[in-house]
Design a protein around this ligand. Structure first.
Ligand code: SF4
Length: 454
């Protein structure tokens, strides 16, 4: 295939893992000579990187696909690709539903995009969803940011949370070795990146599948060991990681985060429900009391740490009293941000077949009440930034106001201030916070010469 002047467009749905996969697939396409276009209808290759975490995410894909499938009837050279979790979940069924598709590839096959497209160019229609050992990542991702980068450390998940489709669509845990992770970070440091987010569906499981157990019976490779191993990578100023699991969250990790200066004091630890009976039904493997202890220990060592989480309302059988436990936990902990969702039955998950499903009305009511409380908590937490001097790593121009730049605190709070991005991209600037909103801040750069005069 001679892509030559062929243009491509990728539409990404879902989580950070999908965003990182899309950056890598874009890198593969550019290596093949494709050129990015902002407009899907001008692209000769359109790729949807899909999410199936909830039904509405899945349905969105089909509405988009329909349009391009119609286009293909008049433009037979158009290449249509569906990647990600819906591709993995549906496989051949997707080809039956949208016969215009050329390629359906699961998340584990993202690094094989070139090889699969070459088979398409040879006239085949390809479905690549078999479970494989993920090919180590040699691509040069086309990253959205010039300052911050995602680095996958573990793919897949071995947990069996009864509502979650991830293990079915992303497969078993596959950790990358500490050496290749460090090598990728060294390359990023050389390219001028300043912040790395280490990624995993259940990042606390990092290393469990790698060889090596210490004399004390502890896994030789853990997230904590990895943080120490990559902490001195030149050029990298900030390290973050997501997503944590309360079941495996250790005091060793808290100690490391408090001790290692580059590791930002921001923890994303989904709790899902505040009720122990529900946590058991979800097969989460911890109690609300254990969850509270983790947060207390973090705040003991890092009082200013940002805590964010995910919560589900309307899980099958959830009573008003059990929901009240979730509200109580949210009220007591006051999260910097809470991602909330109404339970959505997913194909192939245990809870989807249970007969104690709740109505959409009850779910919508509980979601609205939880969001109200969570926003109050976020607003209260944001107040601590008022009039403080915060170190802001400048990432980009404010898309809504070109006279401003934007970046984030170590606590991951988005912050805006007046300045010129060309002078400040990638720099960490002391900023006096002058305005506080529930999920973002505005300030003034302390060093006026640095901030305003340019
Ligand atoms: S830990 Fe549970 S919720 Fe998270 S990806 Fe794994 S199965 Fe899903």
């Amino acid at each position: 295939m001679n892509p030559g002047s062929r243009r491509y467009h990728i539409i990404t749905f879902g989580c950070q893992m999908n965003k990182a996969d899309s950056e890598r697939m874009a890198g593969v396409l550019e290596d093949m000579g494709f050129v990015w276009t902002e407009t899907p209808d001008q692209a000769q290759l359109v790729l949807y990187n899909t999410c199936t975490i909830r039904d509405n995410a899945e349905q969105k894909v089909y509405s988009y696909l329909g349009r391009q499938a119609k286009r293909k009837q008049t433009e037979p050279d158009l290449t249509l690709v569906v990647a990600g979790c819906v591709a993995q979940q549906e496989g051949d069924a997707l080809l039956r539903r949208v016969p215009e598709l050329d390629l359906v590839l699961g998340p584990q096959h993202a690094n094989r995009l070139q090889d699969l497209l070459e088979q398409v160019a040879a006239g085949q229609q390809i479905v690549a969803t078999e479970q494989i050992q993920i090919v180590e990542d040699i691509t040069k991702p086309r990253r959205d940011s010039q300052v911050t980068a995602w680095v996958n450390v573990i793919y897949g998940c071995n947990e069996r949370c009864t509502y979650c489709v991830v293990p079915n669509v992303r497969g078993v845990e596959q950790s990358r070795s500490p050496e290749v992770i460090r090598e990728e970070m060294v390359r990023l440091g050389e390219q001028g990146y300043k912040e790395i987010t280490l990624l995993g569906q259940n990042i606390d499981a990092y290393g469990r599948d790698l060889p090596g157990v210490t004399a004390g019976g502890r896994y030789e490779h853990t997230l904590t060991d990895l943080l120490y191993f990559v902490h001195d990578v030149p050029g990298i100023e900030r390290i973050r990681f997501a997503t944590s699991h309360p079941r495996y969250f250790t005091e060793r990790l808290i100690h490391a985060c408090a001790e290692l200066p580059k590791v930002c004091e921001h923890f994303h630890i989904p709790f899902q429900s505040g009720d122990d009976e529900l946590l058991k039904a979800m097969a989460r493997g911890y109690t609300q009391a254990k969850y509270r202890r983790i947060i207390d220990k973090i705040r003991d060592r890092m009082p200013d740490a940002s805590i964010t989480a995910d919560a589900i309302v309307g899980f099958p059988g959830e009573t008003e009293a059990q929901f009240a436990q979730t509200l109580k936990l949210v009220e007591d902990i006051e999260f910097d941000q809470l991602n909330t969702a109404a339970y959505s039955p997913r194909p192939g998950t245990p809870a989807a077949s249970w007969d104690n499903q709740l109505s959409e009305t009850v779910k919508a009511d509980r979601l609205q009440r939880l969001n109200h409380l969570a926003n109050q908590g976020a607003a209260a937490r944001s107040q601590r930034y008022a009039h403080r001097i915060e170190e802001i790593l400048v990432e980009d121009q404010n898309p809504k106001d070109p006279t401003q730049v934007m970046g984030r605190t170590r606590g991951n709070r988005l912050t805006f201030f007046a300045s010129d991005i060309h002078h400040l991209r990638g720099q960490t600037i002391p900023v006096k916070i002058t305005e506080v909103r529930p999920f973002s801040l505005t300030g003034e750069p302390l060093d006026a010469k640095k901030g305003l005069n340019w």
